[in-house]
Design a protein around this ligand. Sequence first.
Ligand code: GDP
Ligand code: MG
Length: 323
Amino acid sequence: MPVINRHSHGEALNIITFNDNQINFNEEKLSQLLLHPQVKDREIAIVSIVGAYRKGKSFFMDYCLRFMYANFKSLNNSNLSSTSSWIGDKDEALTGFSWRSGSIRDTTGLSFWSDIFLHDENLAILLVDTQGLFDPETSTEENAKILTLSTLLSSSLILNLNNVIQEDQLQYLQYATEFASLASSNNHNNSKPFQRFLFLIRDWQNVDDFEFGMNGGAAYLDQILKSKPDQSEELKSVREHIRESFDELLCCLMPYPGKKVATSSDYDGRWSAMDEDFFNELRLLIENFLAVDKIVSKRVNGVQVTGSSFFEIIKNYIMTFST
Ligand code: GDP
Ligand code: MG
């Protein structure tokens, strides 16, 4: 059987990288994406992922890419070819953002998929992967900057976490959203500063308390974000703040993917090697999260951005961060 290389029409572009706390911005490459003739006047949706390192972020985004290629036209691939299921052949190797790329990381920062997905006449969708957050070599300051920038850039932000939501991760998020709200400044209308947020919990173990998937996740998140009588004011205000920052807060509890996926060094990403319940939840989540009617476009201070206006806004953000 011929090898299908679905992703020959795109590559990962490291557009914003960090180096010893220095931010490097490839303005030229970002302009090629956002000022593309077919993108500059469209509304923009940016789906990005941040979080725990070596916990399947890129792996997840590559399955998202499969879904996008099967369901949307893109700049480099105008045929909606797929007649079979979007998830592809059971033994197809996983390509796209590079995943499981050894234990030594090369870059820290935000990496944009170079191909852009188009919907109708007025929406362009970009996927962004992040490297280096919360890994042992990344400083607290770098973590905070990456999370803040990702919050500013995304219309749908995924925070990928291992096992549970921890208090320090909520505090990080509070810090980032506070800083990001400041950077996006004068919000005169009453809209919340950011749009969609998904806590993606990997290797969830407490199925007796909360079931896998979005429903279990919603109940779990409710419990986490609830203010409790015996809670300190600080813990309460963190929760309040996170709730006030996003239009939509979601959570999904994912099963352990199975030994092959989690530990095998020669695993190529094929779904036939996944545990069945992981495979089912992965499909459901992606079909739900990336459904065209669920995709939200980016608003800044309550105003819908276009490719070209967002390009200018991002340049400003980067300037704020560089000083
Ligand atoms: P990233 O550093 O977060 O981008 O992680 P990668 O996507 O490169 O994946 C790192 C490793 O985790 C790979 O070997 C994947 O097969 C594995 N992996 C993918 N999803 C999961 C998951 O849900 N749980 C666990 N335990 N491992 C996973
Ligand atoms: Mg990765």
